[in-house]
Design a protein around this ligand. Structure first.
Ligand SMILES: [Cu+2]
Length: 196
């Protein structure tokens, strides 16, 4: 019996070679799987963005990280919690390898609280669990997050942006005290939680 010519499309494939139609079918399935994954991920982004009312930052404030200690809003004497004329609280913190300054901030409960943070060196993160406070702290920019705390309590958080060898030891504490107790506390207690 004569052998088929060597250029015949029906010639038997050598061992280990997958037929073209099987390759095409498999690739088609993988394209569908990838397309489905992309659609699902885009849907997750849109749904969580809309349902959680997530917005990009609405303002950009720049600052010189090299001169924070020389003057301006983030000079050392201005750090910690300040009560504004309207009764709200503003907490100013500097993130620096590997700590937050001040390390602990006291804030009153049931009061609008505005956190303002900046970094003196590299990118850090600031997050208070179970609240809406979650921001990156980027050198050269001021990060601002507004929240309020219904109950007194302690919030401990590690820096959540990897910032170097000592990142794992970098954390801050925010201590929420009853609204009527806060005015009784002195400046040192407010900025260090020293007597709690
Ligand atoms: Cu860090």
């Amino acid at each position: 019996m004569a052998e088929p010519p060597s250029n015949s499309p029906r010639r038997p494939l050598p061992d280990g070679i997958v037929p073209e139609e099987v390759v095409a079918r498999t690739e088609g399935r993988w394209v569908m799987i990838m397309a489905t994954m992309l659609v699902v991920m885009m849907a997750v982004i849109v749904v969580t963005g809309v349902a959680g009312a997530l917005h990009p930052a609405s303002n950009v404030e720049v600052i010189q990280p090299q001169t924070l200690h020389l003057g301006g809003e983030f000079v050392e004497s201005n750090l910690g919690t300040a009560i504004e004329p309207d009764g709200s609280a503003t907490v100013r913190l500097i993130a620096i390898q590997y700590d937050f300054v001040p390390h602990c901030a006291l804030v009153p409960a049931n009061t609008p609280v505005k956190f303002r943070l900046t970094s003196a060196d590299v990118v850090h993160g600031f997050l208070l669990p179970d609240t809406n406070v979650n921001t990156m702290v980027v050198p050269g920019f001021v990060a601002e997050v507004r929240t309020s705390f219904a109950e007194p309590g302690d919030y401990v958080m590690p820096c959540h942006e990897f910032c170097g060898d000592g990142h794992h030891g970098m954390w801050a504490r925010v201590s929420v005290v009853a609204k009527d107790e806060f005015p009784k506390l002195g400046t040192v207690e407010r900025t260090s939680c020293a007597k709690l």
